[in-house]
Write a protein that binds this ligand. Structure first.
Ligand SMILES: Cc1cc2nc3c(=O)[nH]c(=O)nc-3n(C[C@H](O)[C@H](O)[C@H](O)COP(=O)(O)O)c2cc1C
Length: 388
């Protein structure tokens, strides 16, 4: 077993073990990938204030996200096709999150269904909703999430139309993979992945196949999804979904202070400052750069979370010190899952926790809830000095 000391170690193993089309699917941003790259490089611009001779015993990373206790402010983000990175990946990642004491968010576009994940866990998880044209289907999804006792609905707002990721088109991305000469050649080098995949029957979109009329195979499905995302989604529709759900609602994909104010008006419990990990609007600013203006606009009235670009516990700490009340990791846990299944997700969470805890100590802080801008050195003009 290789020694894993950081998230990049997991990424290297993920690349070796997972078929190319799924590694590429995770490791892509849209178009030029500028936003994808800046999500991580902008974190590097922020420096930490080292403080000494402060009693650093009795440290705690525990806090709450939307009123729920978390061992650290790091939830697993909704990631489509997680069950293609590793057999039954959603069930395994959800179990790892539950054992660690952090929330797991199941994507609408998952391989394991809502019911599969409910059967694999004991505590409530969160469900991420994509809104579709088929209102009945959306209503049924919401009812299924309720029946599974999901404790929050995360409504994603930044993917009514799909950002183009070149590699997915070139690789012919599908779930399960279509057998062409090049995919077969690649799959033959990924025997461990293949053996595990043969042991599960979950190899297609579990929340959709069998729940929508006339969908029985994957080819149908990909055209169905591109046609089905609802381009008319607006704040009025979001309010209606919120009403139907009746529980906690988190709005994901906010990058602009004006939209954050709308989210507040609609009565969301939290927002996620996110650009979908750089997979949607290429050329948008990084989430960590967008965060301060959004906090200034609504931070005292609504819980503000963030994701996109987090690869370490130091990144989590920077976001929290900036004023976020929680963060999410997408690729960081996917690398772990692809590398080593459930144990890999646990390892990713352990790595991030240790990095956060050690950094907190070296910054002279003992509680994650005490972090603030006093812990950071933020370059002048970090937020961007844009023309009106
Ligand atoms: C492979 C992949 C698939 C994703 N699928 C979804 C999805 O189905 N629903 C969703 O709301 N966000 C999805 N996202 C976005 C993540 O929830 C999250 O916003 C993003 O991964 C954060 O950036 P990071 O990967 O740099 O941590 C996906 C991200 C990746 C990398």
């Amino acid at each position: 077993m290789p020694v894993i000391t950081n998230i990049n170690d997991l990424k290297r193993i993920h690349r070796r073990r997972v078929p190319k089309m799924f590694y590429d699917y995770a490791e892509s941003g849209s178009w030029t990938e500028q936003t994808f790259r800046e999500n991580t490089s902008d974190f590097d611009q922020i420096r930490l204030r080292q403080r000494v001779a402060v009693d650093m015993s009795g440290r705690s990373t525990a806090t709450q996200m939307i009123g729920q206790d978390v061992a650290m402010p790091v939830a697993l983000a909704p990631v489509g096709l997680t069950g293609m990175q590793h057999a039954d990946g959603e069930m395994k990642a959800a179990r790892a999150a539950e054992a660690f004491g952090v929330p797991f968010t199941l994507s609408t576009m998952s391989i394991n269904s809502i019911e599969d994940v409910a059967s694999a866990t004991n505590k409530p998880f969160w469900f991420q909703l994509y809104t579709m044209r088929d209102q009945d289907y959306v209503s049924r999804l919401i009812e299924r999430a309720r029946a599974a006792k999901c404790s929050a609905l995360v409504i994603t707002l930044d993917l009514q139309i799909l950002g183009q990721r070149h590699k997915d088109i070139k690789n012919g991305l599908s779930a399960p993979p279509k057998l062409t000469p090049s995919t077969i050649a690649n799959l033959m080098t990924k025997w461990r992945w293949g053996i595990e995949m043969l042991q599960t029957k979950n190899r297609s979109f579990g929340n959709i196949v069998g729940h929508v009329d006339n969908i029985s195979d994957a080819a149908d499905l990909s055209s169905w999804t591109t046609e089905q995302f609802d381009p008319t989604l607006d704040w009025g529709k979001i309010a209606k979904i919120k009403e139907q759900w009746g529980g906690k609602v988190i709005l994901k994909g906010i990058l602009d202070a004006e939209d954050a104010k709308m989210a507040l008006k609609v009565g969301a419990d939290a927002i996620i400052v996110s650009n979908h990990g750089g997979r949607q609007l290429d050329g948008a600013i990084s989430s960590i750069r967008a965060l301060p203006a959004i906090l200034d606009a609504v931070g005292d009235q609504i819980e503000v979370h963030m994701d996109s670009g987090i690869r370490s516990g130091q990144d989590v700490l920077k976001a929290m010190a900036m004023g976020a009340k929680g963060t999410y990791i997408g690729r960081a846990f996917i690398y772990g899952l692809g590398a080593m299944g459930q144990a890999g997700v646990t390892r990713a969470l352990e790595v991030i926790h240790k990095e956060m805890d050690t950094t907190m100590a070296l910054c002279g802080e003992t509680k994650v809830t005490d972090l603030g801008r006093h812990n950071l050195l933020v370059p002048k003009g970090f937020e961007g000095d844009w023309q009106d």
